[in-house]
Write a protein that binds this ligand. Sequence first.
Ligand code: GLC
Length: 424
Amino acid sequence: MSPDQTSTLDEAARRLLHANWREGRRSDGVPYAFTCPATLRYRHQWYWDSCFHAIVWRHFDPARARAELRTLLRAGRPNGFIPHTAFWHSPARWRRAPFYGTHTVLGCSATATIQTPLLALAWELVADMSTDDPGFATEALPALRLHYDWLERERDPDDDGLLTIVLPDESGLDDSPKYDGVFGWMRHDRPGHLWLVERHRRLGYDAGKIVERYDEHVEDVLVNVFYALALRALARLDDEQATVYARRAARTEAALLERCLDERSGLFRDLAGRGERPVAVSTWSALAPLALTELPVGVRRRLVEEHLLDGRRYRAPVGIPSVSQEEPSFDPGFSLWRCWRGPSWVNTAWLLVPAMRELGYGEEADRIVGSLAGAAARHGFREYYNPLTGRGLAARGFGFSTLLVDLLRRARIEPSVRSPMMHS
Ligand code: GLC
């Protein structure tokens, strides 16, 4: 990328974030400020989108980054729960409302479900660039502790160190083929999904009860990778409780290694249902532990060498496909009803590319980032891109695709996100 191309992308990202910025007061007077993911299609505040937006905002306007994360905390409950989606300025549209994991179909200000919980990681990254507001790093420690304690208490019912999700969209990977067999006729793109949501409603979204009675739930690798990264970040932010959260991160990392790693393929498998069946579909989630610097370097290298560098699997002309090209379900194009079934998303590269660099695969890392930057320059910041042609697909002006700016700015993984290796 030439400096000119980089500054054009920077400018486009800045314009997009400004255009998607929403600020005001909810009907009950609570103030909000956040970036909606895409102005027409996604109008609300989504948990992981907001974390990603804040990570980009910190380069342009750290005050907005902080406001976005503070708003996300305010969307939560005093017990530490933070929702998947918050409906600040407009309620869910009636046609979409039954699909949201809310307590009642209409009239809720937020869902009762979660999304991949990376808030503490985003908080640390924003705090790193908040020299104008040094108190930011520690102001939310009580709330962040509550949040991660809530997750451990409510979402790890078998107490094995791995969080459980009860709806496929709780990971953010709504229609990923890895959920096809787990949720069956109730998967996210099927009418039966309405029944799954309704069944959870009747149980108050209580994961303990759901896990005891049914098989449609997953100990999800991607969710737990971000959970471990966030616990590490919290440990670094929180001098008083550092050892507590570092120990919990280590427990989750060890559980991923011991329970999810499939020695034969080198991939990390979700564990589904009461029987904790490993899910054999290869999606980028199975590669996500590459970002955990505490895992043995040999295990991480295998993910790169045998999967990311393999042209039959994840090495593609543009970005990193969300599903291995070898999978029968792989579909590189657009689908109106389904996402995460093949196209390349920017947050995937954002998680995996710095880890590739750290392990010495800098050239390949540059190629991936360059290919996405080329696609964004041609087609704008779209929701996702065709990994074979680079064509931009689905929503236009999509917020977290601006993570590319963050990726371009840090050629190397930031020191604060790196921690010493436990094994070698
Ligand atoms: C789609 C994506 C999800 C994202 C949401 C809002 O549902 O699958 O990851 O959070 O849109 O952008």
